[in-house]
Design a protein. Sequence first.
Length: 218
Amino acid sequence: MHCKIAIDGPAGSGKTTVAKLIAQYLGMDYLDTGAMYRIIGLFLHQLGLSPKDNSLEKYLEDAKIDYKDGHFYLNGRLVGDEIRTPEVGMYASDFASHADVRNFLTRMQKEICKDRSIVAEGRDIGTVVMPDANVKIFLVASPEVRAKRRYDELRDKGIDVTYEELLEQIIERDKNDSTRDIAPLSKADDAIEIDTSKLNVQQVVDKIIEVVKERCML
Ligand code: C5P
């Protein structure tokens, strides 16, 4: 039996750290769907396009994303930390409300998640990408805690940002992501909500592993 784990939540709720550790611990594949929105957001922005453009389909045909051994390639080129900046996060969030972008990426994500055990993280995994997931987790934390986490993470990567700028962007992205018409950030009815504000990473991981063991009979 394949075990599918969906981890959703807003920016900075701890999804990536937690999802990677769970995948590693359980020896499962891992998919960061936010990275795909970032890749496409940057790609379309560099073409001078806007989320307000009616049709983006024909441009998306020129974006070939490959996912191999946990790494993304765009048109044959390895994607790196250039997608991790706050600006690219905003392009991702802006273009993520476009139906063509969502159709294009959702199709690809469903294909990647098919017929395998996987931990996938994003905004609509439990609701759209893997509505049949065995375990659905929705992580939340206060905007201040999330901005501080992002700040530490980006400074560690040598990316120059201020806490205030990140807090502002987190609040704006939350608004964008939860109010868009298609696949908004929302908790699936059958998801378990965990507030990570006052928990450390290991405590969150342990809580989720407990549920996984039960549901996936590991
Ligand atoms: O998770 P991350 O912060 O890298 O995601 C960047 C943006 O991509 C989000 O703000 C959101 O707008 C979009 N996204 C999405 N659906 C997903 C994953 C990410 O709309 N499943």
